[in-house]
Design a protein around this ligand. Structure first.
Ligand code: ADP
Ligand code: MG
Length: 229
């Protein structure tokens, strides 16, 4: 595979939701994008513009779309559901606005969650490394409901990092955080990106998108313009 092969290559993606026999919503109307390894890309857009729909497709959570998607040079439409799940768990880490942590469960247990599907002897070692990377080593045995919002998002980031994914996908990760905490979390993403992880981040806030190297704006299911810095 040539070094220039994009890690994510979407061509003319269209996504239509059918909620009933005669009601259709066209959430994505021909979206194309390429993301190269090590990039940090922000996808912006107002509510309903199609950000989460695009994220689900990029994250292999939704394979019901038109257009082509190559991940690491591989056409994902050719994969079985099982292979797709395997690629997803090995290659992609997810971070959401709502953190999606298990309550009454420790930080360590939450971070170990992705390994339960396929465990290996160094899981605990990797969990400790990920927890250190997000700065929560003092809280390893705390229950997640004893943590602040920013700390909870750090747990979610550590959980996304434990499988050493090549891509991190974050859907409005700072949407539930106060301004100062949001910027701390963005500094953490920036540090993770500097170590080589490709990041695609969804936000509707300009100051959050500023952390990315490139911004793409969705408007009514289509990219508006590309801004490169
Ligand atoms: P965003 O994340 O930018 O707010 P979404 O991708 O969630 O946008 O939604 C884009 C459009 O698709 C909206 O009109 C939304 O109502 C619609 N939509 C999203 N998910 C569904 C779904 N599961 N069923 C039907 N319509 C949906
Ligand atoms: Mg959304």
């Amino acid at each position: 595979m040539p070094a220039s092969t994009p890690v994510i290559e979407l061509k003319d993606i269209q996504k239509t939701y059918r909620t009933s026999a005669n009601v259709e919503t066209q959430a994505l109307k021909g979206v194309s994008m390429s993301v190269h390894r090590g990039e940090f890309v922000a996808i912006m857009g107002s509510s309903g513009s199609g950000k989460s729909s695009l994220m689900s497709i990029i994250g292999l959570l939704d394979r019901h779309f038109e257009g082509t998607y190559e991940l690491d040079g591989q056409d994902i439409t050719e994969l079985s559901d099982n292979d797709l799940a395997e690629v997803r768990s090995q290659s992609i880490g997810f971070i959401f606005q709502q953190f999606n942590l298990l309550k009454r469960t420790t930080v360590l247990e939450n971070v170990l969650l992705p390994t339960t599907y396929k465990s290996s002897s160094d899981d605990e070692h990797r969990a400790l490394q990920a927890i250190k990377q997000v700065g929560l080593e003092k809280y390893i045995n705390n229950h997640t409901n004893q943590l602040s919002g920013g700390q909870m998002q750090r747990v979610a980031i550590a959980r996304a990092l434990i499988m050493n994914p090549s891509i991190l996908l974050a859907d409005e990760p700072t949407g539930n955080l106060d301004h100062a905490t949001a910027h701390e979390i963005m500094e953490l993403f920036k540090a993770i990106n500097r170590q080589g992880t490709t990041i695609v981040l969804i936000t509707h806030e300009d100051d959050i998108a500023e952390y990315a190297g490139r911004k793409l704006s969705l408007y009514d299911g289509q990219f508006k313009k590309e801004t490169t810095r």
